[in-house]
Design a protein around this ligand. Sequence first.
Ligand SMILES: C[S@@+](CC[C@H](N)C(=O)[O-])C[C@H]1O[C@@H](n2cnc3c(N)ncnc32)[C@H](O)[C@@H]1O
Length: 309
Amino acid sequence: MSNIIDQAQKIIEANGFKDSQFAFFRDASLLFTVSGLLAITLVKGKLEETTLPIQQFDIIISEWMGYFLLYESMLDTVLLARDKYLKPEGLIFPDIASIYMAAIEDQDYKEEKINFWDNVWGFNYSCIKDIALREPLVDTVDLKAVVTDPCCIKTIDLRTAKKEDLTFTVPFKLKATRNDYVHAFLAWFDIVFDCTHKKVQFSTGPHAKYTHWKQTVFYTPETITISEGDEITGRLSCSPNERNNRDLDITIAYEAPSEEKDGLRVEKETHYKMCVISLLVVAFFPFLVPSVILTQSASLDLTWSGILD
Ligand SMILES: C[S@@+](CC[C@H](N)C(=O)[O-])C[C@H]1O[C@@H](n2cnc3c(N)ncnc32)[C@H](O)[C@@H]1O
């Protein structure tokens, strides 16, 4: 378990909040309603396994968002905290989260990240290509790469959401804004503090200021051709992985005009998996190949089985 809480304790003391029934703020009504005293109490441990000294809270503040909003599934814990500890009229900061999708032109990066496996220093590694493709890439994307309108595919209201709502299948419709190629779907999320007296919000999209969540890229096996006004329609399914609920299984099925066969649209479907091990592999594996693969095959097998499941 992390020891960051020890640093938090030092920060509390350094800012005069230790033994802080001596009022620090002149108008501290918000804090007074929490415990009757202006005090900050730290509790170390998983929320699910810890007993808190107070049973009813006015406000829950949590920064639970992961890549693609839901990666690492910390939202489950916030919903549990809400049901167990929040007063009926209590507030949650933030309280609204929405996931958006668009399609992007990304020829150069797809060459580097996916087609790279066709020729690794003269060796044919193309069997790895499919595995690399099924791993969403977390990276910043230039707004100029976006070739469709954005589409909001999911909104989560933390005041009412249930754990079951975090497993979902939703439709999407992406309207092309120019003639171009599509190499990937892009996802990002927006966050809103809706119940503050003055609404606060931010976006992690390609049009917004950089955040460490960046955006999430889902490369498609084929390149799609689009003309302005065309619509790519489809659905996205998302669920926590059965074996490790912090990982995410995501499926994107789509139909595009360029994929039509005999006047009928053909549906293409790709299964993706977001997991810690594979994120590390994409970051470091190119540098391990081929010098390490023979000497560390056991650990690499373990790595691949994590991705292939
Ligand atoms: C996304 S991080 C946010 C950290 C911090 N806000 C920051 O910006 O550095 C989520 C934090 O929640 C903690 N966490 C995750 N699951 C938890 C649980 N079940 N109970 C208590 N804390 C948890 C993690 O250890 C981590 O410190």
